[in-house]
Design a protein around this ligand. Structure first.
Ligand code: AMP
Length: 215
């Protein structure tokens, strides 16, 4: 399954919830790229210049992290792709990558949501440094102030690309470069749309129903 949606639409949150429920591997290109940056690898250094500016990394870089991850993993795994593909070239590359492994796209789920709502969501995000649990200063604060609900850590950070200017750039890029891949899946009868303004659990339920349909 592919999750398509603008930054802040909840792709990562939904993929994390679904991973456990449906036993598929959550593959987030954003996370993999942030790991490369943290490891200070050459690929990470290239990616950082694009990511900090809110721009997409070159297609071949995004494709490489996906292929490397799949090559290291279980060949029989099902995947939830979060943040990939993000361009028409990546969508075509994905068909090739999956084809080589005897796999195919089962469903493309678009999480749609207004830009104004997204801006508000993105400007308040922060996450636990230790376990990655996501929070928001208005919508989801830890139950005990400054203590992670999940692991008890007291260290949090804000993504370096969640600044106002970068958010504007990322939303613009979503509309210009990523949204055009929607017809690519719609024409093949694979696209399903989900309202991203519903509650987190309602969105998860809707996606689960969609996946039950794929079997
Ligand atoms: P995300 O965590 O999905 O919001 O991604 C964070 C950033 O990583 C994006 O703003 C891009 O700079 C980069 N990125 C993630 N996935 C891709 C992709 N498929 N193609 C190009 N850039 C990507």
């Amino acid at each position: 399954m592919i999750l398509i949606g603008p930054p802040g639409s909840g792709k990562g949150t939904q993929a994390q919830r679904l991973e456990q429920r449906i036993g598929a591997v959550h593959l987030s290109t954003g996370e993999l790229l942030r790991d490369e940056i943290a490891a200070e690898s050459p690929l990470g250094k290239t990616a950082a210049t694009y990511m900090n500016a809110g721009r997409l990394v070159p297609d071949q870089v995004a494709v490489k992290v996906v292929v490397d991850h799949m090559d290291r993993g279980d060949p029989d795994a099902d995947y939830i792709l979060d943040g990939f593909p993000r361009t028409t070239i990546q969508a075509e590359e994905l068909d090739r990558i999956l084809g080589e492994r005897g796999l195919e796209v089962g469903k493309a789920v678009e999480i749609y949501i207004e830009d104004d709502v997204l801006k508000e969501r993105l400007t308040g995000r922060f996450a636990c440094v230790k376990c990655g649990e996501g929070y928001h200063k208005s919508f989801k604060r830890p139950e005990i102030e400054d203590v992670c609900d999940k692991c008890g850590s007291i260290e949090f950070d804000v993504r370096s690309d969640d600044t106002e200017e970068t958010i504007r750039t990322r939303l613009g890029i979503y509309h210009v470069e990523t949204a055009p891949i929607l017809p690519y899946y719609e024409n093949r009868g694979l696209l399903v749309k989900v309202d991203g303004e519903k509650s987190v659990s309602d969105v998860t339920k809707e996606i689960e129903l969609i996946l039950a349909d794929v079997g």
